[in-house]
Structures are given as C-alpha cells and as structure tokens.
Ligand binder design. Structure first.
Ligand SMILES: [Mg+2]
Length: 256
C-alpha cells in the first residue's frame, strides 16, 4: 500500500500544502499535539472549543492501533483530562515533563519550579491583567495573545525568574513564552514512549504546529516515521487533522 500519497488543499483550491499526509495503517503510533493541532487556537487557553466527537474519534483510532496513541501537549494533565479524558489515551503534559498511561493514578498537582517565583508572578499578574500567567506543574507559561504589545514585558519577567536558575530556560511559543527546565521536551518524551509498549516497533507519526513541536517532528522523521507540521501538511487547520483521524475507521479491525 502506498504510504504517503495525499496532499491537502483547501476548499477554494488554494494553499496547496507540500507535506504528504500518510494513509492510516494498523502499525502506526500516533502522537498528537493538542492546541493548534486537534483544536483551533483561542484567545485564551480556556476558550478553546473541543468538537464533541473528537474524544470518541480518538478512542476509535486508539483501539485500532492497539493503544498506540498519545497526546503530547504543553498543557497540564488536568486540562487534557478535562477536554479529552473520556478518550482513554496516553497523556504527555507540560512539554514532556509529566506523563500518564490510561488507568494510572493522576499525577500529584504540586509545583516543581522554584517557590520563590510565586511572589514575582503574583506581582506581574496584578500589574498586567491582560497577560495570562499559567502556572503548571513543571514551569510557567506567559500568554500575551490578548495583549501582543506586552510580549517584551513578559520576556523580561522570564529573564528575571531564570537569572538565578540556569537549569531553566525561556522558549518561544505561539503568542506566549514558556519557562521550563532545559532537560524537558516533547522530542525526548516521544523517543522514550517509542521504546515502550504499545508504541515500540511501530511507525511513529507526530503532528504539531508549534516551535516546541519541531524537535519531535525531526525525531520521528529520523526514526523513519512521519513528522508532520500543521502548516505544511494540514494547512494549519485542525479540522483536517480531525478528518484524518476519522479516516482510520476505513481500516477496520486488524485481523479482518
Ligand atoms: Mg500546538
């Protein structure tokens, strides 16, 4: 069977994308970013809209692939639970910092970043109410989507926070700055899962849209899989990814 033959085109026949979308296969392992990949980006993290059939469609793909589907997101596990909990998938949260297999105990929600940062974050949130300060288990995300002119102020706060903590770094994200431990990343999370059942031995597919996804896209490509960039493969439209997930239903059970 041909492995990668489709390219996406929008309804008007414009924006031809240049990265082929692979046909569904039983021997794939599918790794999916969440925001900007499965759902459209919203003005604030809590304002996204999750189509009601998305968890069910993900569940179906997961069943067809023997459980080899993981959401690999910058979000905390609690948010992934809220939006996709019913899908019963492997969740990798906070850019690879925390991971949970279906049925496992929820991770303890206690912060690991320097406690001394709290006061500065409180002050900053009070001074700049238009910035969304997201405190995660393993780091901080400063969202400036609601006030793009505050990007520099957010960046300065990040520089102040990490000045005494060189093990942390600031990473650019979509209209946000991510402050997280240097050792944490989606690429290492995907590499680790690919050594574990049910992922090991399968053809990895990673789909993501953000700067934080680039390394994971490169890793699965080097492994002989498909590292798919949202802009290049899906025209930056999560609806197309959801259609691709629905197309797995044409596979049928593995042994039929
Ligand atoms: Mg994303």
């Amino acid at each position: 069977m041909a492995d990668a033959t489709e390219t996406a085109q929008d309804a008007a026949g414009e924006s031809l994308t240049d990265q082929a979308i692979p046909h569904p296969r039983h021997d794939m392992a599918v790794f999916l970013d969440f925001d900007g990949t499965l759902v459209d980006i919203a003005p604030a993290p809590d304002a996204i809209v999750v189509p009601p059939d998305l968890p069910r469609d993900l569940r179906r793909v997961c069943d067809l692939l023997g459980g080899a589907v993981a959401i690999v997101s910058g979000r905390p596990l609690s948010a992934l639970d809220r939006y996709l909990g019913s899908a019963g998938l492997v969740f990798v949260g906070e850019h690879g910092a925390i991971r949970r297999l279906p049925g496992d105990r929820p991770a303890l929600e206690a912060s690991e970043w320097p406690a001394g940062w709290d006061a500065a974050l409180d002050r900053f949130a009070a001074d700049y109410p238009a910035l969304v300060v997201e405190r995660k288990l393993s780091g901080i995300t400063l969202h400036y989507r609601l006030a793009p002119d505050l990007s520099e102020a957010a960046r300065r706060l990040g520089d102040e926070l990490i000045a005494a903590h060189p093990e942390y770094a600031i990473f650019p994200a979509k209209m946000a700055w991510e402050i997280r431990h240097r050792d944490i990343g989606k690429a290492s999370a995907v590499k680790f899962l690919m050594t574990q059942p049910p992922f090991a031995g399968r053809i990895p597919v990673f789909i993501g849209d953000d700067i934080a996804d680039e390394a994971a896209i490169a890793v699965v490509s080097r492994m002989g899989g498909h590292g798919l960039h949202m802009a290049k493969a899906f025209g930056s439209r999560p609806a197309r990814v959801r259609e691709w997930l629905k197309s797995f239903s044409t596979l049928g059970p593995e042994n039929s």
